[in-house]
Each structure stands twice: as C-alpha cells, then as structure tokens.
Design a binder for this molecule. Structure first.
Ligand code: ADP
Ligand code: MG
Length: 699
C-alpha cells in the first residue's frame, strides 16, 4: 500500500471515538480527513525530554526544564477573581512555584501533599522577585509516566477541542495500525544513495523519534520524498511535451519587423533576446512551454505581442488570457494600440458577452476571421472553437491550471504556450514549480526608467505626504491612494479591536472633499461591477480622474504612465509581494515617481522588516526571495494558495539543496529509463497520486 492510497477515513483510527465522535470532525478543521492526512500531519516542533535539566539550568535552555522535584509546601495567591493554590517545588538545584489554576487552597491537594515526588517538565520564567515561576508544565507522580519525561515529544499544530496529548495518541495509533508497513515510491537504489530510510521508518522517526537527530533525519527523508515525486511529475510532463513532435517550420517575420519599426522606442536587449528565444521555440519541432518572467513594467507584453505576430502572419490564431476582466481589457487596449495599425484582426472575449454578441464572435473565431482573441478563462469554454489555434499567451500563471491545458489537449490542440509572470518567482520555486518549462527573463528595464523613490512615513505624519502629492498633482501628474479595506464596516467585522483603520470609501470622501478639493478623485474596488471598474480606469487613464482611491485591485497590470505617486496607507498590513506589485504601478514612464508607505504605529517586527526591504530595493527577485525568508518555512501561504507548492515536510527555500539532489536523482532515472519500464521503477510507475500537488501544478 502506498501512502496516497490510505484514504481510510480518520475516524477508523483507534482513539478518535469513531464515526459519531467529535474528534474526526475537529481534525477536519486541520484538513485531516483520511489516514494519509494524519500520518502527514507532521510535528511543528519537538520537546526534547531526553535530558535531565534542573530548574536552575532552564535559563540556559530557552526556559525549558525537565526534572524531578518534591513538594516542599503550599502557598496561595489571588488569580482570576479567586484564591488559588500554588505549589512550592524543590529539586536539587532550586525552588520553583507552580500555580494550580482551578485549585482552591483549601481543597484537599493530597495528590500534591508535602514530600510527594513529582516528575515535572515545562517552561520557567523568573518573577519580579527573582523566583522561578512555572505556568505550564507536565507533572506526574515520579516514575509513573516515563513516556512523558524521557523521550523526544512531538509538538503538533492543534485545533479547538483536541489536546496535544490526544493528537499524539491518535497519530501513534494511526501509525501502528496503518503506517508501519507502507510501500515506498522512491526506488531503493535512490534511497541508498541518499542515505535515507524508507517511508515507514521515516514516519516513525518524525512522529516517535528517540533523538532530535533521528527526528531531523526523518523529516529530511520525507522532504526528499515530496521533492522527488514532484520533480518526477514535472520532468515526465516535460518529456511528454517534447515527445509531441511536429514538423519544425520557419515563420515569416515581416509583421514583427514592421511593429518594431513603428515603435517610438527601441526594444531593450533583454526584450530582443527573449523575442529570439520565443522564435526559436515557435519554429522548433515540439510545442513551446515557456515562462517569460520580468518585473512589472519590464515590457513582457510587447515581447508576447511580437511573438504572436509570427502566427498572425502565418495565418494562425493566438489567444491571450488574463486572470481578470480588467487586465484582459487592458491587454485589449494595448493590442489595439500596437497591433491594429498592422491590420491584425482582434476580438475581445469576456464572460459577460451575451448570447447575441457571443455567437458571431464564436463564428468568426471558428472561421479564422479573428487573428488574436483576448479574454479571461471564458476563452476556454467548451463552445469556443478555433480554426487554427497556434499560440496561447497566459498572463499571470497562477490561475491557469492543468485543467485548462487538458481541455485544450482534449480538443486536439497542442498550441505553443507562453506564460507571463509579473510576480517574480524566486529561482528555487521556478525550478520546482515550472521545472518542465523553459524560462526567459527580462532583467533590465526600458531605458529612461527612473527607479521609484520610496519613502516610509509613520501615521500622523501623512500630511507631509499629502502635501508632496499635491505638488505633483499641480504639475499635472496623477496619484494612487491604496487602502487595505473597502469600507469601515468591514474593519469592524474583520478586526474588531482595531479601530481607526482607514478604508478606501471614507478616504475617497476625505481626499475628494478635504485633501484635494481642487482635483477630481475616483474610487475603485473589487465590489464595483466590471463596467464601472472599466469606466473608472478609463477615466484615470485619460487623466479625467487625477487621484484614485483604491484597494489592492490596482495591484496587477494597471498601466498609467502619467501616475507618479503611489501612496499606500496601512502599508504594515500588506505583504511584500503586494507592496511590490503596487509600487510597480508607478514609474512606468520616464517620470520620476514616488512611493509612500504610510504605516500605523502598531506594526509587527515582520511588518517593519518588509517596509525596510521595500525602502532598500526595487529588485523584484530580491523582494521575492526576502518574502519567502520572512514568511518562513511554515508559511508559504500565498504561493500555496496559488497551488504551486503544497508540501508537508519540505521547506522551500531552505530545502533548496535537497531539491537539487532530488532533481538530479529524477533525471538520472529518466535518462536511462524514460518510460519507467524497468522493474525497479515499477514503484514510480504504479504509485498513485504521485507528487502531493501533481494535479495542482500549473501549466
Ligand atoms: P509588463 O507587461 O512587463 O508589465 P509592459 O509590456 O506592460 O510591461 O510595458 C510597460 C510599458 O512600457 C508599456 O507602456 C510599454 O509600451 C512600454 N515599453 C515596453 N517596452 C519598452 C521599451 N523597450 N522602451 C520603452 N518603453 C517600453
Ligand atoms: Mg503587464
């Protein structure tokens, strides 16, 4: 049995109280439904109780101790409105006070009568008077619970109603019943070469380690397994793609050259190089799968348009897909500006198209009367047919998944696929998530771009920011003001204790009536209807609206070169990626531009670091790396939500080296045995589920 096949519901595990018990339902809150989930619910930490640490040595051990003491006496103190019992314990090194909340001093504490010897382990602090205080501890009659005081204890993430003890017990029993003789997907030869134990041994090492070293080795083995399976899935997809052979051909470049000549600027060196890489792919004898990454404003869209022209000239069709209507509309506007003059026949295809307009558009597409169609995922509905779809451009990879791609394949289409990412993906992740794609990167910005000047301002001093922005407005420029929430009511719901959080709606009114009465102010957020949003963006683009109050809807892709100021209020509440994207909305022309990050005084340490990084650098790749490091191994939320990586044991970017090893091992196998036909590889061929997120990987 392979781990992914352990779909037995978790309530079958002994100690969960069965189908009608509450435990299984509570585990569901942690995403644990099946036995395989609970086995992969890995400890978030360990409590090393293999050593004896007396009270007096706790300070040198992060406050943790593990000792045997006797009850010297009782005391009482006032807590939570009542008199409460306190034990005075003494071990060989010192005295410590242990409050027993819920115990009345007059209660018969015979379990803790003076002289009783207790095993106790927990965390100490030193009180104001210099006494050792112990608020949280495991405490049992000496010698009665060796499992609590002489082992490495796993510490799990919990949910309401499930105690640490319960979680440990359930996982132990799940392992005993189901986890101790699992088949391993990783071939034995690879495991030997890597010096890692088999899956069952690794699970035991992680959940019931005898030492911290063993726990670490177990985690490493599980991480290797995840990375290996993921790299295997990625590499096999790459092989499949390369196996889809077609005759290579040369495409005429007349239209491409015409567009380049008509531009009011020169392509940057990187743009030209990427354009050539794309042409190489397009003319090659197997379909393209390429990621074009570059910071916001680096000119990716133009490169994609240039590639599309090769197809147009050859009489083949291109589909450009954006994640939102707003962005699709913007691509359509740009296409109209750059491509229409060349005679390219464009169409905009939105989910909002009514039957009446949709039908003729569908027919034109099918007849080949449209060269380039631009839209949202509505482009890939079942009723959309192309005459000859040669090229698919996807802006922002995150929402175009395997599902859409398979839908194309099911239609018998194997177009070249170009994914554009304005979210710089750190190298580590690019390799793991897009390992089957070729990557082109635009590093340099178009000439004449001045880096955005970034200033931090503590709330209370934003007047100065407003005044500076007024100066820019008076010189004819435009400004964005971004807020974390749409309206005040939302603040109350989400964040009851924090009042005074500025919201887009009330700040829109203040900006309009109080701060910039002489300028036209607009408001945009996600709750507006698509056509309202479009209307407001059009007015901002044309300069009719000069100041735009917004939420992070303006984050991606919005392109107004005359906007020179980006003011983000409550910047402490935005993640690094969002801050970077928002800042990327300015500095898109040759104007000197400014970003003001206004932060409230109640920021966290991490928030402060984020702001400092934003001030220090405008390099999107550095910001992305820092972002990963700041968010730490346990929390890749954004990326995880995007469905890119969903590991239990592996921690990127910290496990980068391990990933490279896994990748090398995968390539070693596939080079000799691309079909995984050898008997020693049957474990890979037959294992279900493959990588934990294989079905979820993009493109
Ligand atoms: P991206 O898609 O990478 O965010 P865009 O393609 O939207 O960037 O380009 C941003 C702006 O820069 C657009 O207005 C575009 O016309 C312009 N642009 C693109 N390439 C150049 C260049 N080589 N020189 C000057 N401006 C450019
Ligand atoms: Mg863009």
């Amino acid at each position: 049995m392979y781990l992914p096949e352990l779909l037995t519901p978790v309530w079958r595990v002994k100690g969960t109280g069965g189908k009608t018990g509450k435990t299984a339902e509570r585990l569901g809150n942690l995403g644990i439904f099946a036995v395989r989930d609970i086995l992969m619910h890995l400890p978030r930490d360990y409590d090393d109780r293999t050593r004896h640490i007396p009270f007096a040595a706790a300070a040198g051990n992060g406050g943790k101790f593990n000792t045997t003491a006797y009850v010297q006496g009782h005391d009482s103190f006032y807590a939570r409105g009542r008199q409460t019992l306190k034990l005075i314990l003494k071990d060989e090194s010192a005295l410590a006070e242990v409050p027993l909340y819920g115990w009345d001093p007059s209660s018969n504490a015979s379990k803790y009568s003076p002289g009783t010897r207790l095993d106790i382990a927990g965390t100490l602090s030193v009180s104001y008077g210099g006494k050792f205080q112990c608020a949280k501890a495991d405490m049992e009659a000496a010698g009665t619970h060796p499992e609590l005081f002489s082992r490495v204890l796993p510490v799990y993430n919990l949910t309401a109603g499930i105690a640490q003890k319960t979680m440990r017990r359930i996982i132990r029993s799940a392992y005993g019943e189901f986890g101790s003789h699992l088949e391993d997907e990783i071939p034995a030869a690879v495991r030997e070469a890597e010096g890692i134990p088999g899956l069952s041994a690794a699970l035991k090492a992680v959940h019931e380690p005898v030492s911290m070293q063993e726990a670490a080795a177990g985690r490493r083995a599980l991480a290797f397994r995840e990375l290996f399976l993921m790299q295997m899935a990625v590499a096999r997809r790459a092989l499949q793609r390369k196996a889809a052979v077609r005759p290579g051909r040369t495409y005429p470049r007349g239209m491409q050259e015409k567009l380049i000549k008509s531009l009011p600027f020169r392509l940057t060196q990187d743009q030209a190089a990427c354009m050539e890489e794309l042409r190489g792919d397009i003319e090659a004898d197997h379909p393209m799968a390429r990621l074009l990454q570059g910071d916001v404003g680096s000119g990716k869209t133009l490169v994609a348009f240039l590639a599309a022209l090769l197809f147009t000239e050859a009489g083949r069709q291109t589909a450009i897909m954006a994640p939102t209507e707003l962005l699709a509309r913007q691509h359509a506007d740009n296409a109209a500006r750059f491509l229409q003059p060349l005679g390219v026949r464009l169409a905009f295809f939105s989910g909002a198209l009514s039957g009446k307009t949709r039908k003729p558009a569908l027919e034109a597409l099918k007849a080949g009367d449209i060269d380039i169609v631009i839209g949202t995922h509505a482009l890939f509905s079942d009723d959309v047919e192309f005459r000859d779809l040669g090229f698919v451009i996807i802006d922002e990879q995150h929402r175009f998944g395997v599902v859409q791609r398979n839908r194309l394949f099911a239609k018998g289409l194997y177009p070249d696929i170009l994914v554009m990412s304005a979210t710089p993906i750190p190298q580590t992740l690019a390799l793991s998530a897009f390992g089957d794609m070729d990557v082109s990167t635009i590093k340099t910005m178009p000439a004449g771009r001045k880096p955005v000047e970034t200033h931090l301002a503590l709330e209370g001093r934003e007047r100065k920011v407003y005044d500076f922005v007024r100066g820019e407005l008076e010189r004819g420029r435009q400004a964005y003001f971004v807020y974390p929430i749409i309206e005040e009511a939302e603040a109350r719901e989400k964040d009851a204790p924090t009042t005074g959080l500025k919201d887009a709606e009330s700040m829109y009114r203040r900006l309009k009536e109080e701060i910039y009465p002489g300028f036209s102010v607009g408001l945009i957020h996600s709750r507006l209807a698509e056509d309202e949003k479009r209307d407001i963006m059009a007015k901002f683009s044309s300069g009719e609206i000069r100041v735009l109050a917004a939420t992070s809807v303006v984050e991606v892709g919005v392109d107004v070169a005359n906007a020179s100021c980006m003011v983000i209020e409550h910047a402490e509440r935005f993640g690094l990626a969002a801050l970077h994207q928002l800042r990327g909305r300015v500095g898109r022309g040759s104007l000197q531009s400014y970003a003001f990050l206004v932060y409230a005084p109640d920021y966290t340490e991490v928030a402060k670091k984020r702001l400092t990084i934003m001030k220090e650098t405008t390099d999107g790749f550095r910001i992305a790396e820092e972002d990963l490091l700041l968010r730490g191994p346990g929390d890749l939320t954004g990326i995880r939500q995007a469905g890119l990586l969903d590991f239990s044991a592996a921690r990127l970017p910290f496990d980068q080296e391990l990933m490279m090893r896994a990748r090398a091992a995968v390539h070693g196998i596939l080079e000799k045995d691309p079909g995984l036909l050898a008997p020693q590889h049957s474990c890979l061929r037959d294992a279900p589920g493959k990588a934990p997120n294989a079905g979820d990987l993009r493109v």
